[in-house]
Design a protein around this ligand. Structure first.
Ligand code: ADP
Length: 547
């Protein structure tokens, strides 16, 4: 017997319809490439996304055709999020920090039909446009009078001129909720990039879950700043969850330096912000140097790579901002776990609470996780046993676009498929996940594992260290030994021995790195994470002392 409730597909268009009707006045504020601060509302975004849909129809674009963007966080990008997916096309957000050859490869692989780009990426578009064989329409996200006359891109049109002829009357089509809505390529640290292809259903379920009180806890009373880019896993789903809750959205555009981000938080009375640790490092540095304080910020979700305890403490203790440490990946839309306390933790000491907040947190309803040993046998949730982390759920990939890389899932005894995350983790009895490493970054010393994340966290807790990356170096006796590459804070002095002495008592003796390598910069990838592959190449000729 089937239930007798209405069969209504979960579609992205329903989010923008809801936001318009119920929270139409809530603001959407964007710092634009042009440098100005642009003010809009959910009502206006809804209206303009319908004009986008009309313009797409007029281009004879078919259902599931891919529309690409190379764009910062801003109102026009948001209009494309809804206009493209709502009308049944697939929004392909391209990461502009990738190498131009990789961008062309991705655009061709996705068979993108249209590319919408911010003018700051014009040189990049000029470099790739001849290589992109499927794109037939190039759109610059700007006013008609800002379009450069000599762009070198044939038939380039401004976004405003492109949507100008169309009214905002448009009936969002209804279709299967499992239809593709957007796509995002993984950064492809090994082999060619592979795309996660999200559906309307997966996006809506993720949007619901992300807004829950023990997740991002979003509401119509929040002013939300996604510093995490809209080209990086849909800004962790915030553009959708904000529509679902009616939150105000504040977009930083290209200005991600500490000063600009801080000023925007203050001027737009931001209550909730989201970003990777490197961005917050810049902002906290700016605040410390200028003795600044937040007046409205209450919570910040930090993820994408491990959030160092020193950062959690700085936010919590110096600024009274709650840090929500989160873990996820492109293949998971991206949220998997997020760290909030349980009732029983509230009576614990500050130190004990911080120890919990350093973990990546508890699974969000919808995500099932397990850790297994090398034979695939389940490991206990005791906070000590560390193993490969596998996940499943309605917003986790089952395969990559065009079947790249074959079937990624690992079946269990019941035949259910689990996605191997490539992360190594422990889970404690309360269900808190702690990522100890990427499986390829774990250091294996004398048969024991050393977590590169632990080594890095200790180094960045030193007041003279701006950034640290730990890698394993081949050793004749121990197989591998850890070394730590360090970038000092400007104007700070620090010696190898001083830093090594700083490790004493903070970790087991045998886990203390064998050496410190001081660098001017550590290579950062397209999503703001340390590129250990590049660092290893850079230190190829490095020799351990005394070996
Ligand atoms: P990429 O394209 O670099 O894989 P993702 O955002 O998909 O980009 O990266 C996912 C990976 O990032 C995870 O598998 C994990 O290794 C790492 N990661 C994400 N969040 C955290 C976190 N809070 N702590 C530690 N590692 C994290």
């Amino acid at each position: 017997m089937l239930g007798l409730m209405q069969d209504q597909p979960l579609l992205i268009s329903s989010l923008i319809e809801f936001a318009e009707r119920h929270n139409g006045d809530a603001e959407i504020v964007s710092r634009r490439v042009e440098g100005d601060i642009h003010r809009s509302t959910w009502r206006e975004i809804a209206s303009r996304s319908r004009r986008v849909a009309n313009a797409l129809d007029n281009e004879q674009l078919l259902f599931s055709d891919r529309i690409a963007t190379l764009a910062w966080n801003g109102h026009r990008h948001l209009e494309l999020y809804y206009g493209v997916s709502g009308s049944g096309r697939v929004l392909h957000t391209i990461n502009p920090r990738l190498h131009p050859d990789q961008i062309a490869w991705i655009a061709n692989h996705a068979e993108d039909q249209v590319l919408c780009f911010d003018l700051s990426f014009l040189p990049l578009v000029q470099a790739v446009h001849a290589k992109c064989t499927t794109i037939r329409k190039w759109i610059a996200l700007c006013d008609a009078d800002k379009l450069p006359a000599d762009s070198g891109i044939p038939n380039l049109v401004s976004y405003e001129a492109w949507i100008a002829p169309y009214g905002d009357t448009y009936a969002w089509p209804s279709f299967d909720e499992n239809s593709a809505s957007s796509m995002c390529y993984t950064s492809g640290t090994t082999g060619n990039p592979k795309a996660a292809l999200y559906s309307h259903r997966s996006t809506l379920l993720h949007a619901y879950a992300a807004a829950l009180p023990d997740v991002m806890n979003l509401s119509a009373r929040d002013s939300v700043l996604p510093v995490v880019p809209m080209f990086h896993v849909n800004a962790w789903g915030i553009p959708y969850s904000a529509a679902l809750t009616g939150a105000k959205l504040v977009f930083p555009g290209p200005a991600l330096d500490g000063k600009s981000v801080f000023e925007l938080i203050e001027s737009e009375r931001v209550t909730f912000a989201a970003g990777v640790p490197t961005v917050w490092q810049m902002m906290l540095g700016h605040m410390q140097a200028n003795e600044l304080k937040f007046s409205t910020l209450k919570r910040t979700v930090i993820g994408g790579s491990a959030c160092p305890p020193a950062m959690i403490n700085a936010f919590q203790q110096q600024h009274g901002v709650e840090v929500l440490h989160a873990w996820g990946m492109t293949e998971m839309s991206p949220l998997g776990t997020l760290c909030t306390l349980k009732n029983k933790h509230l009576t614990q000491s500050q130190e004990q609470q911080t120890a919990i907040r350093m973990k990546q947190g508890r699974a969000i309803f919808g995500v099932d996780m397990k850790i297994v040993d090398a034979n695939g046998t389940d490991l206990p949730w005791d906070g000590k046993s560390s193993g490969d982390l596998l996940v499943k759920g309605p917003w986790v990939v089952k395969e990559y676009f065009k079947g790249e890389g074959g079937d990624p899932l690992v079946p269990d005894e019941q035949g259910r498929g689990w996605f191997p995350t490539g992360d190594v983790a422990t889970v404690d009895a309360d269900g808190y996940l702690q990522i100890t490493d990427r499986s390829k970054d774990v250091i294996k010393s004398g048969g024991e594992w050393i977590s590169s994340i632990d080594i890095e966290n200790i180094a960045v807790a030193h007041p003279a260290v701006a950034m640290a990356a730990c890698i394993g170096v081949a050793h004749p006796k121990w197989d591998e030994r850890p070394i730590v590459a360090v970038v000092k804070k400007p104007g700070c002095e620090l010696s190898r021995d001083e830093l090594l002495a700083f490790y004493a008592g903070k970790t087991a003796k045998w886990q203390i790195p064998d050496d410190v390598v001081f660098l001017d910069a550590i290579p950062i990838g397209a999503t703001g994470k340390i590129l250990k592959t590049r660092l290893r190449e850079q230190l190829r000729d490095y020799k351990l002392p005394g070996v």
